[in-house]
Design a protein around this ligand. Structure first.
Ligand code: TEU
Ligand code: CA
Length: 544
């Protein structure tokens, strides 16, 4: 693994700062709070932190609406706190990856405050405008947060584009001045010592609003190449792009080994499976397990030696993995470990979303307990369309982003030890039994299972370079695969059900070394107990 980039053997931990740890009692997580928890993260063994936005922002979309890219929002602290976090993390061998929102700014960003003053303002074409009259929308483009993607500005006699909230105007990437200012800002963060960037909805920057082609526009990859050569190809930076439209073929460009664009992308084909075809995320459908396996297999086999996968099952926009793909009831711990082993055994860079390492679960709150603009807008829109209260709440329980945004559960203390104040969002009531303090003391906890998985990634080369090959592809309950390199072969085999299942594998694995299992009775070939997961390795004879 001589010249392998550091991020190919790394595990990256995502922090949603407002829900991570509150150091000053205002009920909102902050940068000083993260510094206080760095030893916990070092204990887990992660290599980098992806920090969701902490820049100055009106917080309309919890910081994904940025009004100053080069300052910290006071609710999180200040630039001195940011420098302290970078330095304290570095002491523990942890890099900080900043979340860059480059598709849009806040409408309170100075650029937009100027732009909307008049068509002649020098900043006007930093954004996307269309002529029209107040009662005729330019076209039927919709916002991801409900309603039209166009907002009328009388002073200009024009509409501006916002693919997200009305307070998140889309930037005009066709304007070279915009790109130049963005690259200068990125360099400013690189000079400040950050180790990389997560690029929010990066597949949208090549948008073509008149044709309705918003993702993967023809200028997307030229812009990415220009940005990469301007600021990413330095200091071993890791860059990961969020690309809901990504396919393996497109990922060859995004994550090409020549480093001409990014290190890797977050693709979402496994994330949109449990929704009705042609529907929205709120239109629930059972998870098609065969398709789930097929998609992971496609990405693993397609990108082998031609690109690089990011591996994730949840983030700040998604329901908790154990609730969505496992069992957050009787088999919560077992299925959380199974999901972790399934994911971390594959080729790519695994991402752990805060609390996933504890087996934290979804919530079912009263409507008044929810905070997220996306689900609250959906509630209003679907209510007006006549959906039943129960149908709407069931969608929120299953897919609402606040499932992931309830405060990190540190202990059984009030508010799960997250804050001594009133939390900005209600704490999941199950914090008494699911919290870091308990799990740090329990050698069989989900936390320690993740810790072992992360350690294996550092010590088992086949986990980094081994070729992925599916096995038992037709089995209705098992996801299994091998990883092979010139020195060893590794089997990962996972039961995705709460039932005992049987299987036949021609190859004998019982003489292999059981690296990790979530089953205390060890590995018995041919049988998997409920949610059992095993990682077995066999080293090739005569190969040192
Ligand atoms: O998310 C992109 C995005 O499309 C998601 O919001 C998606 O629409 C939905 O939430 C999936 O459940 C990114 C950020 O991750 C998200 O937090 C921001 O709200 C959004 O962009 C706008 O910046
Ligand atoms: Ca705080």
């Amino acid at each position: 693994m001589q010249d392998t980039p550091w991020w190919k053997s790394a595990v990256i931990y995502q922090i949603y700062p407002r829900s991570f740890y509150d150091s000053n009692g205002d009920g909102i997580g902050d940068l000083k709070g993260i510094v206080l928890k760095l030893d916990y993260l070092a204990e887990l063994g992660i290599d980098a932190i992806w920090l969701s936005p902490v820049y100055r922002s009106p917080q309309d979309d919890n910081g994904y609406d940025i009004s100053d890219y080069q300052d910290i929002d006071p609710i999180f602290g200040n630039l001195t706190d940011m420098d302290a976090l970078i330095a304290e993390a570095a002491k523990r061998g942890i890099r900080i990856i900043m979340d860059l929102v480059l598709n849009h700014t806040s409408d309170e960003h100075p650029w937009f405050v100027e732009a909307k003053k008049s068509r002649k303002n020098p900043y006007h074409d930093y954004y996307v405008w269309r002529d029209g009259d107040e009662n005729t929308l330019p076209n039927d483009l919709k916002s991801a947060f409900c309603g039209s993607a166009w907002e009328w500005v009388p002073e200009c006699g024009q509409y501006y584009l916002h693919q997200f909230s009305v307070k998140q105007p889309d930037l005009n990437w066709e304007n070279p001045k915009v790109r130049k200012e963005i690259y200068q800002m990125i360099q400013w963060w690189v000079d400040r010592g950050v180790g990389g960037f997560r690029l929010d909805v990066i597949d949208l920057i090549g948008k073509e609003p008149d044709t309705g082609v918003m993702a993967e526009g023809k200028m997307l990859h030229p812009y990415l190449k220009e940005m990469s050569s301007a600021v990413f190809q330095q200091k071993e930076l890791v860059t990961v792009g969020e690309a809901w439209s990504a396919t393996p073929q497109r990922a060859f460009l995004y994550s090409s080994p020549d480093g001409s664009e990014l290190s890797m992308v977050f693709q979402f084909e496994h994330i949109v499976l449990d929704q009705q075809p042609g529907g929205e995320k709120w239109d629930l459908a059972p998870l098609p397990f065969a398709k789930f396996k097929e998609i992971f297999t496609k990405w693993q086999t397609s990108l082998y030696q031609k690109g690089w996968n990011s591996l994730f099952l949840n983030n700040h926009d998604l329901p908790r993995a154990v609730s969505r793909f496992g069992d957050d009831g009787e088999y919560r711990e077992k299925s959380a470990k199974m999901l972790a082993l399934m994911l971390h055994g594959m080729q790519g860079t695994p991402y752990i979303y805060q609390g996933e390492e504890l087996g934290m679960t979804n919530v079912r709150y009263e409507l008044s307990d929810y905070r997220d603009i996306e689900l609250l807008n959906m509630y209003r829109e679907r209510k007006e369309k006549g959906y039943s209260e129960q149908e709407i709440m069931d969608s929120i329980y299953a897919k609402g982003r606040d499932n992931a945004r309830t405060p990190m559960q540190w202990s059984g203390e009030p508010n799960a030890g997250f804050t001594e104040g009133t939390p900005w969002i209600r704490v999941n009531p199950n914090y008494g039994s699911i919290n870091a303090e308990e799990e740090l003391q329990d050698p069989d906890s989900v936390f320690h299972f993740y810790q072992k998985l992360i350690q294996l990634r550092k010590t088992i080369p086949v986990l980094i370079d081994g070729k992925f090959e599916p096995v038992l592809s037709e089995h209705p309950d098992i996801f299994a695969y091998t990883r092979t390199d010139e020195k060893s072969c590794l089997l990962v085999i996972c039961n995705f059900t709460g039932r005992e299942v049987r299987y036949d594998l021609a190859e004998v694995w019982e003489d292999g070394e059981l690296l990790l299992s979530n089953e205390e009775n060890g590995f018995a070939q041919g049988l998997l107990r409920p949610y059992e997961a095993n990682m077995v390795i066999k080293r090739k004879e005569g190969v040192s």
